[in-house]
Design a protein. Sequence first.
Lengths: 252, 120
Amino acid sequence: MSVMTIERRVLEKNDTIAAANRARLARHGLFAFNLVSSPGAGKTSLLERTLERLRDEIRVAVIEGDVQTDLDARRVARYEVPVIQIVTNGGCHLEARLVADALGGLDLDALDLVVIENVGNLVCPANYDLGEALKVVLLSTTEGDDKPLKYPAMFRNAGVLVINKIDLVPHLDADLAAIRRNARAINPDLEIFEVSCRTGEGLAEWCAWIERQVVRGRAVSERAEGPTAPAERAGGGPGAAAGVGGEKAGRA
Amino acid sequence: MHELSLAHSILDLVRDHVPPERGAEVRAVAVRVGAQAGVIADSLAFCFDAIVQGTPYGGARLVVRPVPATSRCATCGVEFPAAEAFARCPACGSARVAYAHGRELDVAEIELGEPRELTP
């Protein structure tokens, strides 16, 4: 009988791939966020409203994670941005290797922003680093103001909270101030936006934040790469990226 | 489902250290699971048991070593037991606390023994 000492993290392999994804995104000066929420909170709606406002300003690609179907990829593809659909076939979260494969299907030089829409689930995606700059957790008012306390890992690991469906607050017992208070009890540093994808309220602030992150990502990459980088990027407008990933995406 | 994919990751780590030709020697795999790792220990052991069947590691069982959660205050440095994620620092009341322990999910040790002939 003998005992081998191993001392390795179970998620080590995922985290190694995530670190490689992060380095790859940084090399291309890309900002990427990992959008997480429970099912039905409005991740795809938020994406649609965001694409309407930003697709002429910045070059966006979307990686869609779903348990089944390419319904979300079809919705997003209507905005003529590259979309890669990942179907997890029962898997409850995206993993870094799936995102690495998806990044391989995108022309990263022709992009400013990659949005990773995770599987709708407030539990498991919290544990998996995909290589994103940060997690954006979306919570809709109809889910109730206690959710940050009940699903703390997700709110603790996120950098931004977007509260959706604020137009419904008059009809609900949920309280916006309580959502904010509970979220900050878990994570005092959370940046919070309040939006309604239905009325458009609050979306301007959210989109302005994204634009600031994109500019910052570009600046970091340019400092690292030297003066050649901006010239390389100057050629591609919003249309330059369209269709690159779309061929692989769920348009068919 | 989450535990199943973690069980596969654990078996991958075991494979990294013990090649399949010695798989029958693996008796037990000890994993440290933090109270706030988001993992159900029984479910993880069940999944591990299921996936090793029919592999050279079929004689291995998963031993879970639970790690209680503690938080450390970023403001005053005090470490305290953290039953809930939204616990404030008991010393100074700060909400700027982070887990010191309890997020662990590690393969700690592998126990090897005489190879066992497994009945199908």
